[in-house]
Ligand binder design. Structure first.
Ligand code: ZN
Length: 409
């Protein structure tokens, strides 16, 4: 792996003057990320650092091709100083969403512009070496078609479901058959720094950065997919907990049932209020003789996927509508508990099932009113995001970029 200023940011052994220099450069890059452009005087004032020192760092960043001189502003009278900003294509970040039946890959540049993407590449997720090699092959293929130097790609972020510790690079739910961190395996295969992320956290970060969140600092993102994930933003930062396992909302024991959850326990929220529960119920009801437009479309009802059920609901299929309504009601009960605990300003309902919009959100809102404290829930705005998983790979890219620029922790 080649070394440059940004990859040096990964190096914890730098100290003294070198550390101070890197810190200042990082602050300058973060300033440009937030303000677009800035002059030497503005930077000097913002960081309380002398003009010659700022000048020196800016010149180094220009030499490293990370910062560009955007020239003088023209509109005002008098001599205007030069404005500097990020060089858009100085570096790139790749994000990979690994879902059950597809992989999506995206790449952004320093200025968060989407440079390349490949959505929903067919793939089968299994906890096997073959599946892991398939992921590497798709990423390698994607990179080989980019026509950019590999050293300009500062990181690959890979989203997996289940327990992930992004700080150590260990995955505990998928591909946990090596002694070394899984991120090391990807780094060796790809030759690029690799970071693992929990898929809901990456999707949350993508959604939080997509424009839905404006001034809110405390928000929750609910990923309603086959399972139920939760992304927590506290004071503008993603909340991870000690080992990155926060947000296991789907596994709170809310039901007094005997359904065994995929986590091995009984009565989890996911057993009755998830996409998995929805699909299971639809299939069972059809097997028991219920009528649905889905029976005409599928000769083998096991082939029915979540998107098909959502589509059927939108075509007025009563069975699908009623089943989604019920999921919304049960999920709302769970959300009432979250509202009481977090007092959030904003809750975003996202993930695949959110595409069923009001069929899910109306009973959900009713249940929130019924089960949460009204003084608390009146602070909370609830919005539905119909983006599905679109922002998952982008969220992974943004997390890489924003961590390197120290915009986020
Ligand atoms: Zn569970």
């Amino acid at each position: 792996m080649s070394s440059n200023f940004l990859t040096d940011l990964h190096n914890a052994n730098i100290s003294g003057v070198a550390f101070k220099n890197i810190k200042l450069k990082k602050q300058i890059l973060a300033y440009f990320a937030a303000h677009e452009l800035g002059t030497i005087a503005e930077l000097s004032k913002a960081f309380n650092v002398s003009i010659p020192k700022i000048n020196e760092s800016i010149n180094e960043l220009i030499e490293e091709k990370l910062v560009k001189d955007y020239g003088k502003q023209t509109s005002s009278v008098g001599r205007k100083p030069n404005n500097y900003g990020l060089e858009a294509n100085s570096a790139f970040f790749i994000g990979v969403q690994v879902s059950h039946d597809y992989i999506s890959i995206a790449m952004i540049n320093m200025k968060k512009e989407l440079v390349a993407s490949k959505d929903e590449i067919p793939f089968q997720l299994e906890n096997s070496e073959q599946s892991l090699h398939d992921i590497c092959k798709e990423i390698t293929d994607f990179i080989s078609k980019l026509h950019i130097k590999k050293e300009k790609i500062l990181g690959v972020g890979i989203n997996l479901s289940g327990r992930i510790n992004y700080r150590t690079g260990y995955s505990y739910s998928y591909f946990n058959f090596y002694e070394d961190p899984l991120s090391n395996f990807f780094e060796q295969e790809l030759g690029i720094h690799t970071f693992l992320e929990n898929d809901t956290k990456a999707l949350s970060y993508g959604e939080f950065s997509s424009g839905i969140v404006t001034n809110e600092r405390d928000a929750l993102f609910i990923n309603v997919d086959n399972g139920i994930g939760l992304g927590i933003m506290v004071n503008g930062q993603l909340y991870y907990g000690k080992s990155g396992f926060s947000g296991e909302f789907g596994h709170i024991p809310i039901f007094d049932n005997d359904i065994i959850c995929k986590c091995g326990k009984k009565g989890c929220l996911e057993t009755e209020a998830s996409g998995h529960a929805l699909r299971k119920r639809i299939i069972e009801e059809i097997q028991n003789g219920a009528t649905s437009i889905l029976t005409k479309k599928f000769s083998n009802i096991e082939d029915i996927r979540l998107n098909d059920i959502i589509h059927a609901a939108k075509k007025d299929d009563t069975l699908s509508i009623e089943a989604i309504n019920e999921i919304g009601e049960k999920l709302g009960r769970g959300l009432a508990a979250l509202i009481n605990i977090f007092n959030p300003e904003l809750i975003i309902i996202g993930g695949v099932l959110a595409k069923s919009e009001e069929y899910l959100s109306l009973p959900l809102k009713n249940a929130i009113n019924k089960y949460s404290l009204s003084i608390v829930n009146k602070d909370t705005k609830i919005v539905v995001s119909t983006h599905g998983e679109k922002f998952s790979p982008i969220g992974a890219c943004l997390l890489l970029r924003d961590r390197l620029l120290a915009i986020t922790e």
